[in-house]
Design a protein around this ligand. Structure first.
Ligand code: ADP
Length: 344
């Protein structure tokens, strides 16, 4: 891939340089033609009163007679030839300078043109390698447990059930990860058209889909949101709220209360989801929206069910519908994620 980028850079730089040189040579041709035409234009004798000879002395030519006219013609020819030679020299110099400067400028332009493509390819490569790494973990667990069992001569039904249950857990992890990856691919191509959306409808859809999950941890969702109308993509809005709410449940202890509230600030509507969970360390906050990033304490303390993809998906969707997500958090006290939407 690096070679492809480097080859493209060289080709693009060569194309830019070709264009620059074609323009320079073209302009030089025009300048040369126009100047030569001007030099070859006969000078009207009666308009001529003074002319300087080569030493700079003024020759008076008021009414050019035959001898004076030939002197004048020779002089004009000689000057014209000198001027042509000087002009060609200058044009060659200009074109050589254009070639040197143009080569540097073309390379710089090609580098700038390809920079976003380079960055996108880098991000894609990182994503594929992170995704492969995440896929490998449950696959390795599956392989190891099955191989260990296969080495035994006999297995009891109880052990077989245990192994199967373990396998199902790992397969479930794989399914959730592939679902998230497919979700990312789908979101990347989705056309997120914006419309006027009633906030409460989106919040209710999100809370309904997570009610059972919250109940398994005996968590209460305290919804105090007002029904503001915002400018957003209805599907994305529900997806973002679901991700934030899912995290709030995931990282909060049993029997907690998660609060949903809204506020209006000038032309913005702020939707906040506050949890009394494990919180996030200040050093992790700048990274939690990166793909596959998981803070250490959530890996250790909370469930290993996450892949570090939720917030990156939420941020991507939020950016594409012109909203923002901000976060405040204290380790051991909890977190507040705020979605800042445009009021409609
Ligand atoms: P994950 O699937 O790991 O939850 P996310 O992208 O949703 O992935 O979140 C990235 C990381 O941000 C999490 O691993 C966790 O460390 C941290 N995080 C997100 N939401 C919360 C929260 N409400 N409370 C504490 N930590 C959180």
């Amino acid at each position: 891939m690096k070679k492809l980028i480097s080859d493209s850079k060289t080709k693009l730089a060569a194309t830019y340089l070709g264009i620059i040189m074609a323009m320079c040579i073209g302009f030089s041709g025009v300048i040369y033609r126009t100047s030569v035409n001007e030099l070859d234009r006969p000078v009207a004798g009666d308009r001529l009163e003074f002319l300087r000879d080569q030493t700079g002395d003024v020759i008076e030519i008021t009414r050019p007679g035959p001898s004076r006219r030939s002197l004048f013609n020779d002089f004009q020819k000689q000057r014209s030839q000198e001027a042509r030679t000087a002009l060609v020299g200058k044009l060659i110099l200009i074109n050589i300078s254009a070639l040197i400067l143009g080569a540097w400028f073309s390379y710089y332009l090609a580098k700038r043109t390809l920079a976003p493509i380079h960055a996108a390819i880098d991000a894609q490569t990182r994503f594929v390698s992170d995704a492969s790494h995440e896929l490998r973990t449950p696959l390795t667990a599956l392989q190891t447990t099955n191989e260990v069992v296969l080495r035994r001569k006999t297995i009891t039904e109880e052990v077989a059930r245990e192994i199967l249950a373990e396998n199902v857990k790992e397969v479930e992890k794989l399914r959730r990860l592939t679902d998230s990856l497919l979700g990312i691919a789908k979101n990347d191509h989705a056309d997120l058209s914006l419309s006027k959306v009633k906030l409460l409808g989106s919040i209710n859809s999100a809370t309904d889909s997570l009610r059972v999950y919250a109940e398994t941890k005996k968590i209460t969702i305290d919804n105090n949101a007002k029904d503001h109308t915002v400018e957003a993509n209805p599907h994305s809005l529900t997806q973002i709220i679901s991700i934030l709410l899912d995290n709030a449940i995931k990282y909060s202890p049993e029997k907690s209360v998660i609060k949903i509230s809204t506020a209006r600030k000038q032309s913005k509507v702020l939707l906040s989801i506050t949890d009394p969970g494990i919180g996030i360390e200040a050093k992790d906050i700048p990274h939690i929206f990166d793909r596959f990033y998981r803070a250490d304490q959530s890996r250790n303390k909370a469930q290993s069910s996450g892949f570090g993809l939720g917030l990156s998906i939420a941020k991507d969707l939020s950016d594409r519908q012109n909203s923002e997500i901000s976060v405040t958090s204290k380790v051991g006290k909890g977190s507040t994620f705020t979605l800042i939407l445009k009021s409609a």
